[in-house]
Design a protein around this ligand. Structure first.
Ligand SMILES: NC(=O)c1ccc[n+]([C@@H]2O[C@H](COP(=O)([O-])OP(=O)(O)OC[C@H]3O[C@@H](n4cnc5c(N)ncnc54)[C@H](OP(=O)(O)O)[C@@H]3O)[C@@H](O)[C@H]2O)c1
Length: 285
């Protein structure tokens, strides 16, 4: 079986690992404790020793507010760490998939963002991920997959995502209401859906940059209402609010991603966000 190295061990990494063998890859998951992507020598040595066919580069600083407050760290991991992974993949000739974000766009659009739209990030997280993309573009075997609103399980550490936070708050206090913004629209993505779609397109990617999410879009409050319903809580406990101003970390008003490439719409439509959310929040025992 060809070998796939997966940087990081978060939600997307765990989903990619779980599905690798079904798609013909022997996957090696590389938690930060085994490979810190900011260590250029370590990255080069490990990739040279493992000789993978494919590097799935998911490792990133993903906490948007934290990145805003720690820009040096955000750029060190998301831009420079990516440069290290790209350089090592190039040396060993491996194909590379870099996971990027809807936050490369500024939100100033009334339709889904396509791969050809010009990025203009509003915050440090988006800017540092875009800077990472620029290293991937320079490698002829490098591919960019932009996604958004990821949720999914990880182990052994618990995952951190919007729905896990909503579920924890709904369970912690059975009467309290929760304020959620209703003026930021996004597509959400079940990590298992993303992994399935990535493996499906890997054999013949239609382009070097692709947008892949679960199907459906709404504002965050709408997604929270749906989650509350799945969890058996009263959806009225989610209170729709406008984004409080001033924003310490600006976020795009519309970051829904769409794809311009043939076949992608059908692939995305086969992975409905509602179903992914139900599978995640209320798994069948
Ligand atoms: N989560 C989203 O909503 C979202 C949306 C759009 C795009 N993406 C992109 O999708 C990719 C996967 O994200 P995810 O949702 O799986 O995030 P996640 O669950 O936060 O996982 C991120 C992983 O990166 C690791 N990491 C952080 N700094 C590292 C370093 N210096 N060296 C090695 N590993 C490091 C983390 O390690 P620790 O656990 O030790 O911190 C964690 O395992 C990321 O590239 C992200 O930018 C995510």
């Amino acid at each position: 079986m060809p070998k796939a190295l997966i940087t990081g061990s978060g939600m997307v990494a765990c989903a990619l690992q779980a599905q690798a063998s079904a798609h013909g890859y022997a996957a090696v998951l590389l938690p930060r404790s085994r490979l810190d992507v900011t260590d250029a020598d370590g990255v080069r040595e490990l990739i040279a020793a493992e000789q993978p066919e494919l590097v799935l580069h998911t490792a990133a600083l993903t906490r948007v507010n934290y990145c805003q407050e720690h820009p040096d760290e955000a750029y060190a991991v998301n831009r420079d760490g990516t440069a290290n992974v790209v350089a090592a993949a190039r040396l060993s000739g491996a194909a590379l998939v870099y996971f990027s974000t809807d936050y490369v766009f500024n939100g100033d659009n009334d339709r889904p963002w396509l791969e050809s739209d010009p990025p203009a990030p509003l915050n440090t997280y988006g800017a540092s991920k875009l800077a990472g993309e620029q290293h991937v573009v320079e490698y002829e075997r490098g591919y960019i997959v932009r996604t958004s609103g990821v949720f999914g399980s990880r182990a052994p550490e618990p995952e951190r995502n919007f729905f896990q936070a909503i579920a924890a708050r709904l369970r912690a206090d059975e009467t309290a209401s929760i304020d959620v913004v209703c003026d930021q629209f996004t597509a959400i993505t079940y990590a298992q859906h993303l992994a399935e779609m990535v493996y499906a397109v890997l054999a013949s990617p239609p382009a070097r940059c692709l947008h892949l999410t679960s199907a459906g879009s709404d504002h965050w409050a709408g997604w929270a209402h749906l989650a509350a319903g799945i969890l058996g809580a009263d959806p009225a406990r989610i209170r729709d609010i406008a984004t409080p101003l001033p924003e310490s970390t600006p976020r795009p008003r519309n970051s829904v991603l769409g794809s311009a490439y043939k076949g992608m719409e059908q692939l995305i439509a086969a992975h409905p966000a509602r179903q992914g959310l139900a599978d995640y929040l209320a798994p069948v025992p």
